[in-house]
Write a protein that binds this ligand. Structure first.
Ligand code: ADP
Length: 650
């Protein structure tokens, strides 16, 4: 436990005060009070190093003084007196008493001496004052020494014990306020011999009714001093109740808030509080506040530690400026280093924590693999105020190994799937060609046989074979196309095409087919007219139109099927195939462009078909630089519209 060094012992004393440090007999002056002039010297002489303290010690006393100082130092005695003769500037000698306090750092190294020089001929009251200070300093030192060895719970008891004994008062009590500051209760107590305990009574006192005068004093000036024989009228009842004849009461604060008060009560000694003792008691109450702040911080720290230690994530607190770990939770210590406190986090993380830390919110670092733990970690940091009030980084490293492994596995699986998909598609594309060849043989030969067979039944069967073969051929063609699209083998071959001729041929072909279906007419609607020589892939364009018109024929029993073709100024040709067929319900209009999707899985509605035609058409349209969609009303008909890009042939 560290305590700030207390004020130098003597501040208001009519004596010369030095603050000194030394290397052997070479003394330097940190400061000296102006009243050194009483011995004929000036403060400047000491500050400018023209003189030093040892110079004014009588030459015959120097060996004794030097030896005594080093003896005290060696035995860690921090308060001691020296008696020697001082040589005044005019050469006169004068016997003096020197009171010394040694100030040390936390490790016990001597920082400086506070030295008070008092002429032995000085009047008695000054002598008395110095003696008092000296004794008080010993009490404070005694308290501080015992605090170093004890835990915080005992610290407050020690303070009351030592101070009570020093004052030889009746009781020293520490009262703590209730959270609403309306009542208070004794939490620590020291009682002199034969004095009964107040704490044992264990009662709360209500400020407003039990001690109004004290309450007002604590809230306003922060203290109340009651001398023997001077008990204020409205305090008499309170004092009588406890047999008090004098008391000194001081407010105690915790982090700027009222904590309660400490009081030193006299039931025996007819005390009159002098200024010097009051100053000392104020120091004591400050010391109590310091211990309470520490106690509070220690409790908070324990709570923090308990929470953080229960977390599975690796958590540590980094002092950003110094890059050192000041706290690490159990998980972190177990996984990384049991002895990590004070070390640089760079030892464990390949992350630059020095980089800018967001004032608010999280800073997230790239995920990384930690060799030390064999785990993937996701690390983030947040700025926070640590228990000591300093701004620190709270760094959390979450184990994401499982997720990371799954991600890596997924990437591999996806790569494998893509690879096998590509292989499958090109296999199907190649195989389908092989299947097509014998199919063509079957169709060709069944047509030849039909000429040889004269029976009606035989011909009927052959027609069935022929129809089935054609269906199979269409299916194979569709599968070849889909596979080519998937394996990115479907290529567009641009060539000049006279659109008018192209459409004429389309008309001749379908008009002839529809003439057999006598209730449906094939109509050419708006046509491009002149100068329709364009660069496109006529085979794929014919395939798209074929798919759409074949569908229209399949689903139209009465009315017409119409083809419109319009060239727009933006380099697009628009085709619309309208029919008066059964139409497509609205909720199905999107899905029919997906593979194997039909409006209903209903053979009656869909006498033949694979559900691939529109999917292929959509891909081909897209390869030709356009889009396709449908407008349809169930029971009234459909209009498929698509566009393709074209280049005019000069
Ligand atoms: P299919 O080979 O089954 O015809 P498509 O992809 O060409 O496959 O068409 C998908 C589905 O869209 C069809 O099965 C049918 O239900 C519907 N469909 C396509 N065109 C029309 C149309 N002109 N009228 C009504 N329904 C249609």
């Amino acid at each position: 436990m560290e305590f700030a060094s207390l004020p130098p012992i003597i501040e208001h004393v009519p004596a010369v005060v030095f603050r000194l440090s030394h290397k052997k007999d070479n003394w330097s002056t940190w400061f000296v009070t102006q009243n050194i002039s009483m011995y004929g010297y000036t403060a400047d002489e000491f500050m400018s190093k023209t003189k030093n303290w040892f110079d004014i010690v009588h030459p015959d006393d120097r060996v004794y003084v030097s030896k005594t100082v080093s003896d005290y130092e060696a035995h860690n005695i921090n308060f001691f007196k020296l008696y020697y003769r001082l040589v005044k500037k005019n050469g006169d000698t004068i016997p003096i008493t020197e009171y010394n306090t040694v100030n040390r750092d936390e490790d016990g190294n001597i920082l400086c001496y506070d030295t008070v020089i008092l002429s032995n001929s000085d009047n008695e009251s000054n002598q008395q004052l110095i003696d008092n200070h000296y004794r008080q300093q010993i009490v404070l030192n005694d308290i501080l020494m015992s605090l170093h060895d004890s835990d915080l719970d005992h610290a407050l008891q020690i303070i009351l014990d030592r101070t009570g004994a020093y004052l030889d008062t009746s009781r020293a009590l520490l009262f703590k306020d209730s959270p609403d500051h309306k009542t208070c209760k004794v939490v620590y107590e020291w009682c002199n011999k034969d004095i009964s305990s107040v704490m044992a009574l264990d009662y709360s006192i209500t400020y407003s009714t039990g001690m109004p005068e004290i309450y007002i004093a604590l809230q306003t000036t922060g203290s109340l001093l009651v001398n023997f024989g001077e008990i204020p009228e409205n305090c008499k009842e309170e004092f009588d109740a406890e047999g008090l004849i004098a008391s000194a009461i001081f407010a105690i604060y915790l982090n700027g808030d009222h904590y309660g008060f400490v009081c030193f009560d006299d039931c025996v000694i007819e005390r009159k509080w002098d200024e010097d003792t009051v100053r000392f008691l104020k120091n004591i109450s400050n010391l109590i506040s310091t211990v309470l702040v520490r106690q509070n911080a220690a409790e908070k720290q324990k709570a923090y530690e308990a929470v953080l230690n229960n977390m599975e994530s690796y958590i540590f607190v980094n002092e950003q400026k110094l890059q050192r770990i000041i706290f690490a939770n159990r998980a972190f210590r177990n996984a990384f280093d049991m002895d990590c406190i004070g070390k640089d986090p760079a030892l464990y993380f390949s992350i630059d924590f020095k980089q800018k830390q967001e004032e608010k919110g999280k800073t997230t670092y790239p995920e990384f693999y930690s060799e030390k733990t064999g785990k993937w970690l996701s690390v983030s940091s947040e700025q926070m105020t640590w228990i000591d009030g300093n701004k620190v980084q709270l760094i959390t490293a979450v184990d994401i190994t499982e997720r990371k492994m799954m991600e890596l596995e997924l990437i591999k699986a996806k790569e494998r799937a893509e690879e096998s998909d590509l292989l499958k598609s090109s296999f199907v594309a190649n195989m389908s060609h092989e299947i097509r060849t014998p199919m063509n043989g079957i169709i060709g030969f069944s047509q030849l046989i039909s000429k040889e067979i004269m029976s009606e039944k035989g011909n009927k069967y052959l027609n069935i074979i022929n129809d089935n073969c054609n269906m199979l051929l269409k299916l194979i063609d569709d599968i070849i196309d889909i596979s080519k699209i998937d394996s990115q083998q479907m290529k567009i071959a641009l060539q000049p095409c006279d659109l008018n001729n192209f459409l004429d041929e389309l008309y001749i072909f379908y008009d002839q087919i529809l003439s057999k279906k006598n209730k449906v007419e094939f109509v050419m609607g708006e046509m491009p007219g002149h100068c329709a020589n364009i660069l496109t892939d006529p085979i794929r364009l014919r395939q798209i139109l074929g798919n759409l018109i074949d569908n229209a024929i399949k689903f139209t029993d009465v009315g017409f099927i119409k083809v419109d073709c319009v060239i727009s100024g933006d380099g697009l040709i628009h085709f619309t195939i309208t029919d008066t067929g059964i139409g497509i319900p609205e909720n199905k209009q999107k899905i029919i462009f997906d593979r194997f999707r039909q409006v209903e899985d209903d053979y009656i509605r869909n006498p033949s078909g694979t559900g691939l035609g529109l999917a292929i058409s959509k891909s081909l349209v897209s390869l030709l630089g356009g889009t396709i969609d449908v407008v349809s009303t169930s029971g009234e008909g459909s209009a498929f519209h698509f566009s393709i890009k074209y280049l005019p042939v000069e």
